[in-house]
Design a binder for this molecule. Structure first.
Ligand SMILES: Nc1ncnc2c1ncn2[C@@H]1O[C@H](COP(=O)(O)OP(=O)(O)OP(=O)(O)O)[C@@H](O)[C@H]1O
Length: 458
């Protein structure tokens, strides 16, 4: 829900005059954002936080919704509720819709960081994790270190269920494994249920189990994924694919922490941490009625959002080295030129795609790199000021390299830009393009193939 259409979602609640005069126990300190440095004393009552001028705590931050958060203060305990802000609310990097916040916690709304400070305590930002890996996840960017800070907390404190969101190939499964192995259940089972891969008619029996004869083909009794994960973690992958009709049953199971096998009458208790993942916009699915809101909130008690690789290109060198070492190759297996090229792609398939490309370059040799058929190429487009910035970065990158590599790099870049423009101008007609460029058609085809621009046209 955006703030434009969510005006009714947050109703102003009158403050409680008797309690307002109570002794101040907590303060809300603005750590970063346009209003950094401000401190709000919080006496018991309810506070509307947002960018609209009539909010109780006004945050003049363009990324903050007009009615972004509701804080309900009782002594030094604060309940924070996000009524559906556009950009979401985060606590220690974890997205939440409702949360009990204790002094010391940091909330992030848009670009503003707020810290709940107990009386007498000085406000300071929590330290960002210094790790460059967590379980199998690797990354040194600020975004990934925020994820690691969050995972450290999730695995050291509490056992709440977790929802992991992120595009395909961003490491959701690795993240679920890391939550399992680093938490107190690490010695228990880690069971994966890929909800997209189970035929709909078998979903309930896969998840909840069945008794003998429950349906045709049920020749024996079988425990479902929840029971098999007892004492450990159940990873519900692609939870957004769960059919609507099965969703109420999953919700009941999650709330009761008990499961009834298909065809059985008795309930079995299980002790499982549920970690669900999806690449879908589940909030959007809830709005469209494809996913139940109550189930979404139940799954998303804690939330991790894995950033796509294009938003953290500084992680690419470390990821390349990680992939190389997993392949048993030294960092020198890829030249600086190849690395420079790899950091410039947008990686729609994220780390999985990067892994596949590095794997292919290692086995086929670097000469093969530009000819890789599925290297992501930006579609031809009009030149913009961004292109000029890109040119500048290409140049400064090339100037740092040894002469031969720098020359090779610049020629590659020139060829790619020239060919993209040519193909666009000639609407993909290779004969015409060869004429216009004044080069041989066979040679042009070879060049187009080399840059992945060959569409197989005339
Ligand atoms: N941060 C990372 N560090 C190291 N390897 C990673 C990272 N993220 C992903 N990978 C690697 O990328 C591949 C895909 O990761 P994973 O299967 O966990 O992604 P996913 O988000 O679950 O993908 P999908 O949504 O398509 O199932 C794996 O080989 C994994 O090891």
């Amino acid at each position: 829900m955006g703030d434009e259409d969510g005006d009714d979602a947050l109703v102003r609640t009158d403050t409680l005059p008797a309690l307002r005069s109570a002794r101040v126990r907590v303060k809300l300190a603005v750590l970063s954002g346009p209003d950094a440095g401000r401190v709000y004393p919080l006496t018991p009552g309810r506070y509307r936080v947002g960018s609209e001028p009539s909010a109780d705590i006004v945050l003049p931050d363009r990324a903050v919704s007009r009615q972004h958060l509701l804080l309900e203060v009782r002594d030094n305990l604060v309940r924070a509720t996000d009524p559906g802000s556009r950009n979401g609310s985060f606590c220690e990097g974890m997205r939440f819709s409702e949360l009990e916040v204790r002094p010391g916690a940091t909330l992030t709304l848009g670009t503003t960081e707020l810290r709940l400070v107990a009386e007498g305590e000085k406000s300071k930002a929590p330290p960002l994790s210094t790790r460059t890996s967590f379980g199998g996840l690797v990354g040194s960017s600020r975004r990934m270190r925020e994820v690691f800070t969050l995972l450290e907390r999730m695995t050291q404190q509490g056992e709440s269920d977790v929802l992991i969101q992120g595009e395909t190939g961003t490491g959701k499964e690795l993240c679920a494994e890391a939550i399992h192995t680093h938490g107190s259940r690490g010695k228990g089972p880690f069971v994966i249920a890929d909800l997209a891969g189970i035929p709909p008619q078998l979903l309930e029996s896969e998840l909840f189990g069945h008794v003998k004869g429950a349906f045709t083909g049920a020749q024996g009794e079988r425990a479902g994924a929840f029971e098999r994960a007892h004492g450990g973690t159940l990873f519900l992958d692609e939870v957004g694919e769960l059919p609507l009709e099965v969703q109420p049953r999953l919700l009941r199971v999650l709330e009761r922490r008990q499961v009834k096998r298909v065809g059985a009458n008795d309930y079995r208790t299980f002790d499982v941490r549920v970690v669900a993942a999806t690449h879908q916009d589940l909030e959007g699915a809830v709005k469209q009625g494809r996913f139940r809101g109550d189930l979404f909130h139940r799954l998303a008690v804690l939330r991790v959002v894995l950033p796509p690789l294009r938003e953290r290109p500084e992680d690419i060198p470390l990821l390349i080295d990680t992939v190389l070492s997993r392949l048993g190759k030294p960092p020198s297996a890829l030249s600086e030129v190849t690395r420079a090229l790899l950091t410039q792609y947008p990686w729609p398939g994220n780390v999985r795609e990067l892994r596949n490309v590095v794997d292919r370059v290692v086995s086929m040799g670097e000469e093969a790199l530009p000819e890789m058929p599925d290297l992501p190429e930006a579609p031809p487009r009009a030149r913009s000021s961004q292109d000029e910035e890109d040119d500048e970065s290409t140049l400064s990158l090339a100037l740092d390299l040894p002469f031969k590599e720098a020359k090779e790099r610049l020629i590659e870049g020139f060829e790619r830009d020239y060919l993209r423009n040519l193909v666009e101008r000639c609407e993909g007609n290779v004969s015409r393009a060869a004429r216009e460029a004044g080069i041989d058609r066979v040679y042009l085809r070879k060049l187009l193939r080399k840059h992945g621009l060959d569409s197989g046209g005339p």
